[in-house]
Design a protein around this ligand. Structure first.
Ligand code: IMP
Ligand code: MG
Length: 196
């Protein structure tokens, strides 16, 4: 009897939550559109203030950051440029096995202040690698601007100057972020519902 009532309560909560299905997994809204908008605007204002008098180059890391970059750039009032880059991995002849290269960097960033626009910093390994590679192009400076950061998962010492939101370790989708290629096209951000 008690078990049945508990089951009904949980079933009701579950259906009340705004959930979506992405492939074989179910996700519930965790960050609504309004909250994302407000935090993206706040970060853009920080950049506007810190970069006053400069002409930064934004490097948006594809695919995940395409929506964040579009919203962020519309709040940036500085004279600036944007380029969309991608980190490509391939098996090379190096002893470490994997070589990662920045694809799509079709402009000279020598002496320019660079702001990397990333969707999410998880272990931080992607950004650490990106910093190393970009430094070889001799930019004046490099800052990281990420929509999301999972502080609990960071494995490297990374200076993330701009961060819209800090989140727990759970897997999320939406607003550009994907699960197996799907789920990028939502206005809110969703967290995986753990059924176990
Ligand atoms: P890192 O190298 O571990 O920091 O991984 C960063 C990349 O992993 C991000 O650019 C995302 O593409 C992906 N990623 C990490 N966490 C998530 C998540 O919760 N949802 C979707 N993609 C994620
Ligand atoms: Mg990414």
């Amino acid at each position: 009897m008690i078990n049945r009532r508990i089951f009904i309560i949980f079933a009701k909560i579950y259906t009340l939550m705004e959930t979506i299905q992405v492939k074989d997994k179910r996700f519930a809204v965790s960050i609504p559109e309004e909250k994302i908008k407000a935090e993206v605007k706040r970060v853009a204002e920080e950049i506007n203030r810190d970069y006053e008098g400069k002409e930064p180059v934004f490097l948006a890391v594809l695919n995940g950051s395409f929506i964040f970059a579009a919203d962020l750039l519309r709040e940036v009032t500085l004279p600036c440029e944007i380029s969309f880059v991608r980190l490509a991995s391939y098996q090379g002849v190096s002893t470490t096995g994997e070589i990662r290269e920045i694809m799509g960097l079709n402009m000279d960033i020598t002496g320019r202040p660079v702001i990397i626009v990333e969707d999410i910093v998880d272990t931080g390994l992607t950004m650490a690698h990106m910093l190393d590679t970009l430094k070889k192009h001799n930019p004046a400076s490099i800052d990281i601007c990420t929509l999301l950061l999972k502080p609990g998962k960071l494995q490297v010492n990374l200076d993330v100057r701009y961060c819209a939101m800090r989140i727990p370790n759970d897997f999320i989708v939406g607003y550009g972020l994907d699960y197996d290629g799907f789920g990028r096209n939502t206005k809110d951000i969703y967290t995986l519902i753990n059924m176990e």
